[in-house]
Design a protein. Structure first.
Length: 54
């Protein structure tokens, strides 16, 4: 295995790790947004419940 082949393999591995990291980061953002939306909906219905109780 020559030096160029090793570098190409290393570059491919780096690209794969970067892609996996970006995917994980994207999923984290999706689930964070989902959690925030659920929290917002819960707050909305709490306000409705509070208003009905008045």
């Amino acid at each position: 295995m020559d030096y160029i082949t090793i570098l190409e393999g290393n570059n491919s591995a780096h690209n794969a790790i970067t892609a996996a990291h970006n995917a994980a980061t994207g999923l984290t953002e999706v689930f964070t947004n989902l959690a925030n939306n659920i929290d917002s909906i819960a707050n909305h219905w709490q306000e409705v419940d509070d208003n009905l109780g008045q």
